[in-house]
Ligand binder design. Structure first.
Ligand code: NDP
Length: 341
C-alpha cells in the first residue's frame, strides 16, 4: 500500500515564521486559504483584480495581485487553472521565488508534462485534494477533512516532505489521510477518470430507452435526475464498490453482477480501450492535442459543447427540472465564455 500520512505525522510548527501565498482565490484557493487561516497559518492571497479579489478582501485576507502575493510569501500554493499556469509561473511567480521557497501544485498535470520551469533552488511539491473546492472547506468545518495525493518533485531544502505535510495538515487533509504519490500517477488516474466517457455512456442509455418509446422523464429519473446516484456514490465511497451491492435488491444484484457483466472478449476489448487512453495520456499526446486546441481557439471543444447542449436530452432535462421545481445550473454563462453567445 502507498505510504500514508495522518495528523500525527505532520508538524505545523514548521510553518511558524513562514507565510503561505494562496495564488488564485477560486474553487480550491478560497477553501484552502480559509482552512489554513483557521489552522493558525499566516496566509496572503494573490488574485487578478476582479470579483474573486474582492471576495478575498471581504473574507478578511491581505490580498495582492499574483506577483505581489508571491513576493510576500515563501510557500506558494498555485491554485490557478492548469492551462494558464505555465505562463503565469514563468512571467509572474518565478521572479519572486527565493532559495528554499516551496511551490505547491494541486494537480500533477503541469509537473508531469514538464510545462513549468521552476528554479532548481526551490522545493516543489504536489498536494492534490481528492475533493472539490467546496468540499475542502465543508469537510474541514465538519472536522472530517478529505484525502489527498502528495508528492515531492524537487527537494532543494532537504525538508520538502515535512513542509508539504505541514501544509497538508493545515488544509485539513492529514485528518483523513495523505497518500504518497507522484505527479505522473495523479495525472494519469485523474485524466483516465475524465476520459472514461461516463457522460456519453449515460446519454447512450437515455437514447436507447427513448428510441424504444419510453418517456424521457422515466429515463432521466432512472439514471441521474432523481439524485439516487448521489446516495450510491456515498455508498461506493464508504462501503466499497461491491460491498454496497448489499443495499440493493437480489434482482438488482443479479442484474448488476451477472447480466451487466461484459463477456470475456468484450471485457478485454474495453480494457484495451482504457489502455489506449492511458497510453495517450502517458505519451503526452493528450496534453499536446489540448494545448494545440487552445492555441487555435478551442474549435473542437466548442463544437462538442454545442452538440452536447443542443441534444434533445438537454431540453427534456430542463422540463423535468422545472416540473421538479429544481433550480438548474445555468449553462448559458458557460456558452458565452466559449463564444457561443
Ligand atoms: P478555478 O477555475 O477555480 O480558478 C482559480 C483561480 O484562478 C481563480 O481565482 C481565477 O480568478 C484565477 N484565474 C483564472 N484564470 C486566470 C488567469 N488567466 N490569470 C490569473 N488568474 C486566473 O481553479 P480551481 O480551484 O478549480 O483549480 C486550481 C487548481 O486546483 C488546479 O491545479 C486544479 O487542477 C486543482 N484541483 C482542482 C480541484 C477542483 O475540484 N476544482 C480538485 C483538485 C485539484 P478569477 O476567479 O478572478 O477569474
Amino acid at each position: 500500500m502507498a505510504r500514508a500520512f495522518f495528523d500525527s505525522d505532520a508538524d505545523m510548527a514548521l510553518l511558524s515564521g513562514r507565510t503561505v501565498g494562496i495564488l488564485g482565490y477560486g474553487n480550491q484557493g478560497r477553501s484552502q486559504a480559509l482552512n489554513l487561516r483557521d489552522s493558525g497559518v499566516a496566509v496572503v492571497v494573490g488574485n487578478q483584480r476582479d470579483a474573486s479579489f474582492d471576495l478575498a478582501l471581504r473574507d478578511g485576507f491581505d490580498v495582492f495581485e499574483l506577483g505581489g502575493a508571491a513576493e510576500r510569501a515563501d510557500i506558494l500554493a498555485l491554485l490557478i487553472p492548469d492551462e494558464v499556469m505555465p505562463e503565469i509561473v514563468r512571467d509572474t511567480i518565478v521572479p519572486h521565488v527565493g532559495v528554499d521557497d516551496m511551490l505547491i501544485l494541486a494537480s500533477g498535470y503541469n509537473l508531469f508534462f514538464g510545462l513549468i520551469d521552476v528554479p532548481p533552488t526551490a522545493d516543489v511539491a504536489m498536494i492534490a485534494p481528492r475533493m472539490i473546492g467546496t468540499g475542502v472547506r465543508e469537510t474541514y468545518v465538519r472536522g472530517e477533512g478529505f484525502p489527498s495525493l502528495l508528492s515531492v518533485e524537487q527537494d532543494h531544502s532537504g525538508h520538502a516532505l515535512a513542509v508539504a505535510l505541514a501544509v497538508a495538515k493545515g488544509i485539513g487533509s492529514t485528518r483523513t489521510g495523505v497518500f504518497l504519490s507522484s505527479a505522473e500517477e495523479e495525472t494519469v488516474c485523474d485524466l483516465l477518470n475524465e476520459h472514461f466517457g461516463y457522460v456519453y455512456e449515460l446519454r447512450r442509455a437515455y437514447e436507447v430507452l427513448t428510441d424504444a418509446g419510453y418517456s424521457p422523464e422515466a429515463a432521466l429519473l432512472e439514471f441521474y435526475v432523481s439524485g439516487e446516484e448521489m446516495e450510491l456514490a456515498r455508498a461506493h465511497a464508504h462501503m466499497g464498490l461491491f460491498h454496497q451491492l448489499i443495499l440493493h435488491s437480489k434482482t438488482s444484484q443479479y442484474g448488476q453482477l451477472v447480466t451487466g457483466r461484459l463477456s470475456p472478449e468484450h471485457e478485454e476489448a474495453e480494457k484495451m480501450r482504457l489502455r489506449r487512453i492511458v497510453d495517450n495520456i502517458r505519451s503526452g499526446q493528450f496534453a499536446k492535442d489540448w494545448s494545440e486546441e487552445r492555441q487555435t481557439g478551442r474549435p473542437t471543444f466548442r463544437r462538442a459543447q454545442q452538440e452536447a447542449l443542443s441534444h434533445p436530452m438537454v431540453e427534456e432535462e430542463r422540463k423535468l427540472f422545472a416540473a421538479l421545481k429544481r433550480r438548474q445550473g445555468d449553462a448559458s454563462a458557460l456558452l458565452a465564455l466559449e463564444g457561443h453567445a
